[in-house]
Design a protein around this ligand. Structure first.
Ligand code: GLN
Length: 544
């Protein structure tokens, strides 16, 4: 018997609904239940693949190659489960399916309407995910904030599900209590109004998670209880925390898991406390680690501000953190602008101050020459380097130019038709781009990588066959492989099916590893990714 919990946001966006959803999942898991989580994004885009990360945040990629919202990444990190296309719903996906079904005459000639056909399609998708994952609990996070037009049909789907299965469906509101500086008091009114909006949509929340700068006191809880029509025990205090990994621990303290089970007439299958022990240990390390490990991220987009960047590269940042905590280090990540190295070549020397450097994934020509300068500096000054996708392609270009003597080595991405494109477009991609078929057409998701024995990568993974996630159109040009290898480039990993280069390394360097795939997607708080782990190990060695 599957139970469904809808998580809905009130008051404003950006209050951590995704993390709250992931954390609710985590505590239900700790109580012995199987959990899956679905993100509903109200945008008309079919997926996040065509969106600018600066606007939308990171594009997360699932194992089955869906380019989706970064919250799916949060779910994966907290639940330690690999999610799929079934866990991601958008307005675009729902409408596309309904229209296609209508074209196929699958509605038996009747008039297809926004209500109930759009909510019904949404419900059938939620149920499909439940069936496929065999989860005891399906958490459904509805994107956006109650009261806006965009997510109305999804609230309607939630209401209809409750109507048909009142005992199996529960609503949780994630709200926010501001503390205006001039008043100096925590205000509940916006929360009351959010509940009114929900009521207007025919929904009464059973629990309210109250986000705020500080913990809620009893009078505030009482007020919310009375005005919002929920039991005082169901008003959950969720103050700002240093690290998001603390949130499940806080929820457990507020007995959120017990309250949810109680409402469904269920009991704990396991001791939640015991099952959260590892997690609590991690939180302790996060809060007490003092010795820093300093990692530089070299990229573009710097004028957009640190906040935006953290969102655009959240999986990379989390992967750095996971690996740093593994060594009980405090990660210090700094953003460095590649374009700066183009204007002031000597500025690249600042990299020496860092324990390691990462060039993450990227697209387009802006800042490329600066990134290549940074990579050259890491190679020649023996600074630990980890290249991710674009960071691997640019490392190959750098090597080709400066070690193999191919002065005009480049990538077909910004030098189409060039004679010495050591990074070339995949043949099938050429056709797609010509026909302007951009959506979901990159080489996406899981592919095999066979690792060469005796390499740093083999030492990290301790096995020869691994599966990693991808998102790219370009690849190492195999016609240059022999020459590059002769000059010292180590091809440490290759896709066995298509013979594509997946990992490169250098000998006689403390740590220089770059991957065509994105290892960051598979890093977990209690299980750092092997390549990030070894990268951070090398960083800590440089420091000592
Ligand atoms: N722009 C490069 C490509 O399409 C790298 C993509 C990436 O870094 N994700 O192949």
């Amino acid at each position: 018997m599957t139970r469904y919990i809808f998580i809905i946001g009130g008051v404003m966006s950006g209050i951590g609904k995704g993390i709250a959803t992931a954390s609710i999942g985590k505590i239900l898991q700790a109580k012995g239940y199987k959990v899956t989580a679905i993100k509903i994004d109200p945008y008309v885009n079919v997926d996040a693949g065509t969106m600018n990360p600066i606007e939308h945040g990171e594009i997360f990629v699932t194992k089955d190659g869906v380019e989706c919202d970064q919250d799916i990444g949060n779910y994966e990190r907290f639940l330690d489960e690999e999610l799929t296309t079934d866990n991601y719903i958008t307005t675009g996906r729902v409408y596309q399916a309904v229209i296609q079904r209508e074209r196929n005459l699958e509605y038996g000639g009747r008039c297809v309407e926004v209500v109930p056909d759009i909510p019904n399609e949404t419900i059938s998708r939620i149920k499909k995910a439940a069936k496929k994952t065999k989860a005891d609990f399906v958490l459904i996070e509805i994107g956006g904030t109650v009261g806006e037009y965009q997510n109305m049909l999804f609230l309607e789907a939630a209401r209809m599900m409750k109507l048909h299965n009142p005992k199996k469906v529960l609503f949780i509101l994630i709200s926010y209590l501001p503390v205006p500086e001039t008043i100096g008091e925590m205000k509940t009114k916006p929360t009351q109004q959010a509940v009114k909006w929900l009521n207007m949509a025919g929904i009464q929340p059973s629990l309210i998670i109250a986000r705020s700068k500080f913990p809620l006191d009893q009078p505030r809880k009482r007020k919310i209880s009375i005005f919002c029509n929920v039991d005082i025990k169901d008003v959950i205090s969720s103050p700002d925390v240093e690290s998001v990994y603390e949130i499940p621990v806080n929820f457990a303290k507020e007995r959120l898991g017990d309250r949810i089970l109680h409402k469904f007439g269920l009991h704990s299958r396991r001791s939640c406390k015991k099952n959260l022990q590892d997690w609590e240990k991690l939180v302790k390390i996060i809060k007490t680690a003092k010795k820093p490990v300093k990692v530089a991220m070299v990229g573009k987009y710097f004028e957009t501000g640190k906040f935006t960047l953290m969102d655009s590269y959240i999986s990379v940042i989390e992967a750095i953190k996971h690996a740093s905590w593994y060594f009980r280090r405090k990660p210090e990540i700094q953003w460095l602008s590649a374009e700066n190295y183009e204007k002031k070549p000597r500025a690249v020397r600042e990299l020496e101050k860092f324990d390691g450097v990462i060039v993450p994934g990227g697209f387009g020509s802006r800042g490329v020459e600066g990134k290549i300068k940074a990579i050259e500096f890491c190679r020649t000054h023996k600074i630990p380097y980890l290249g991710l996708c674009f960071g691997m392609q640019l490392a190959v270009i750098e090597f080709a130019r400066n070690v193999a003597g191919i002065k005009d080595a480049n990538s077909a991405e910004f030098n189409p038709g060039g004679k010495n494109n050591v990074i070339d477009i995949m043949p099938e991609q050429k056709v797609l781009l010509r026909e302007k078929r951009y959506g979901a057409t990159m080489r996406l998701g899981d592919y095999l990588c066979r690792i060469k024995k005796g390499t740093i990568s083999f030492k990290a993974y301790k096995k020869q066959l691994v599966v990693e996630r991808h998102r790219h159109r370009y690849e190492v040009n195999n016609s240059f492989r022999e020459l590059l290898e002769k000059k010292g480039l180590v091809i440490a990993g290759v896709n066995p099916e298509r013979d594509l280069v997946e990992i490169i390394e250098y000998k006689n360097h403390p740590f220089f590893v770059a991957t065509q795939f994105h290892p960051e997607y598979k890093s977990r708080p209690l299980r750092p990714h092997p390549l990030f782990r070894e990268f951070i190990r090398a960083c800590t060695r440089k420091r000592s």
